[in-house]
Design a protein around this ligand. Structure first.
Ligand code: AP5
Ligand code: MG
Ligand code: ZN
Length: 217
């Protein structure tokens, strides 16, 4: 399946993507994770993206579109993929459509996880991520077994640099201005599946499964 996960910052895209990509055996492609890796590695891409991400603004379309096209051209994406955090602008959505059409392909569904703004603030300020493997936790909603340590690799948990209150509020405004128009874009193409993201994490996974016609337990 060729899928896109849409939703505001903190909606649970990354959390759900890990689960769904495993269940469907398709690669999870997160542009945010790719940028953070590049920043960590000090690559030219990382140096280009860093200031934008720190400020909560979008990395320019030319950079992001090229990065995703390169990733989607790899053989592991031939039978499907799950995009998380891309597209985020109408220009990115159009570029994705055109690129897929050039390969006689198209998206199967766009899953829109919806969560009200006050809940997003709490989710983002309480989020902790593993500095080693990137696993995501929440101090209240998804705590690790041992406080401050990753369940998977035991490394320290840290806050993401863009999860400060000021940057979070900029990210939410950028979402409303630049990304929310994609809801109509995909609704008009009959691809949109709207999911209530206020439910707990396993319930959201099951709702996504139902929207995709799968009876996940
Ligand atoms: P990106 O990394 O994509 O960040 P984002 O879209 O702001 O989304 P988040 O990763 O913050 O949230 P999420 O929806 O994944 O939620 P999560 O599962 O972690 O992008 C970062 C930056 O990179 C952008 O600001 C931009 O600068 C740049 N960028 C990326 N893509 C780009 C693009 N295409 N174009 C241009 N620039 C781009 O969950 C959040 C928290 O809530 C966690 O603590 C989790 O444990 C908890 N949680 C999850 N689900 C639930 C639940 N159901 N109930 C309770 N708690 C929950
Ligand atoms: Mg994420
Ligand atoms: Zn870890």
């Amino acid at each position: 399946m060729r899928l896109v996960l849409l939703g505001p910052p903190g909606a649970g895209k990354g959390t759900q993507a890990r689960e769904i990509s495993q269940r469907l055996a398709i690669p999870h492609i997160s542009t945010g994770d790719m940028f953070r890796e590049a920043i960590k590695g000090g690559t030219p891409l990382g140096r280009q993206a860093e200031a934008y991400i720190k400020d909560g603004r979008l990395v320019p379309d030319e950079v992001t579109i090229g990065l995703v096209q390169e990733r989607l051209a790899r053989p592991d994406c031939r039978d499907g993929f799950l995009l998380d955090g891309f597209p985020r602008t109408v220009a990115q959505a159009e570029a994705l459509d055109a690129w897929l059409a050039g390969r006689q392909e198209g998206l199967d569904a766009v899953i829109d996880i919806e969560v009200p703004r006050d809940a997003l603030l709490e989710r983002l300020t309480g989020r902790r991520v593993c500095r080693q493997c990137g696993a995501t936790y929440h101090v209240r909603y998804n705590p690790p077994a041992v406080e401050g340590k990753c369940d998977i690799c035991g490394q320290d948990l840290v806050q993401r640099a863009d999860d400060t209150e000021a940057t979070v509020s900029r990210r939410l405004d950028v979402y409303t201005g630049q990304t929310a128009p994609l809801i109509n874009y995909y609704r008009q193409r009959s691809l949109l599946k709207e999911i209530d993201g206020r439910q707990d994490i396993p319930a959201v996974t099951l709702a996504i499964g139902r929207a995709l016609g799968r009876d996940w337990q």
